[in-house]
Design a protein around this ligand. Sequence first.
Ligand code: COA
Length: 401
Amino acid sequence: MTKTKMNIGIDRISFFTPQHHMELSELADQHDIDINKYHIGLKQFSMAVPSPEEDIVTMAANASYRVIQGVDPESIDMLLLATESSIDQSKSAGIYVHRLLELPENCRVLEFKQACYGATGALQLAMSHVRENPESKVLVIASDVARYQRDTAAEATQGGAAVAMLVSANPRMIVLEQATGVYTRDVMDFWRPNYLSEPIVDGKYSCEVYLQALECTWQQYCKKTGDSIEDFYAFCFHVPFSKMMFKALSRLEEMEAISDEQKARLHKLGETAVGYNKIVGNCYTASLYLSLVSLLENSPRNLTGKKIGLYSYGSGCTAEFFSGRVMFGYEKHLLVDQHLNMLKKRDALKYKDYLRFHDAYIGVAKGAGHELGVFERNRYLFKGVDNHKRIYEVNENVYDF
Ligand code: COA
């Protein structure tokens, strides 16, 4: 008997980013750097700066709140939270999120880690789970604060955000294809030992390995599917800084013949796909999915039926190339207004305030309380640490943020 292929993929998707950001011109002025280095060299304009009241749990819960509206909570039987800026070595951050969102007790919760690749691994597990349990829905969340040491080249590539995706059968937004290309190699391009609050990064080497892994995953993917670059309408890549998206695109174009027309379209849509990343900054495992939201919400043309290539890279390293097809009617489920409002309401920090936030955050990471005041614009808040226990609260008055 032939088995009918079940469509599985992203039913809803939303992102959340902190309510403060800093323009990179502040950093350029401070370090006497030509702003074009950031605006043209990295294609970055500003970076999200989390306040001490925001962490991977609150960002994850705030992003998820939007995607689960109107969904029967009982249908969500798995929550997978991917992060590389975890708050605990044992307890999964997803358990706090599970409680804040009031999800059912019959739910499996896990935390995923493999640098910026984690959410893609979580997405693959979610798809397998739904394939076996077609009635189930899985909440996959990518949530990260990208923080580097101050006064380093990487400082301009900080940021933070969470992307929440509801994975289900017969998804309303994107069907993900099963065939993928994967790649793993033991390299030391970026890592954070347990005793450090910020990562060690060999930035230029990480860009090189990112591109090598792209070649390998692309070749394996094409061998399995018979696809070529001409089969894709647009690409989304892991975006540690927006220029990387164009380096990745150029690498694919070097590998295959491509018409001038398609090249022009891919680059134009590339700009659309980094629209949010340019002003949010790096958000590690969430960055590929932030790019996907940016493409879906800002594409000048309706994307129904279009094939999108997706490339996920996590230092260390594991990478994966996969693809999705946009569903008819997807645009009805976009949360464009909410996302644009959230970005519009952000407060711009001056350099001296950025320093206070940066240092206070590290203090909290080491178990201290915080005294920076209360920024109760978000629904889910981190209130501090009591007896080594993190305290989270729901601000019930905030439901549209
Ligand atoms: N006007 C325009 N462009 C300028 C410029 C100016 N005044 N000054 C420099 N640039 C360009 C450089 O030519 C370079 O572009 P290119 O990469 O296309 O050659 C770019 O700006 C970056 O400058 P560069 O001096 O080469 O690098 P850097 O020392 O500032 O480091 C990173 C850049 C990305 C390596 C660093 O920010 C980093 O380590 N980030 C974290 C790690 C990371 O994101 N890794 C990615 C893979 S996961």
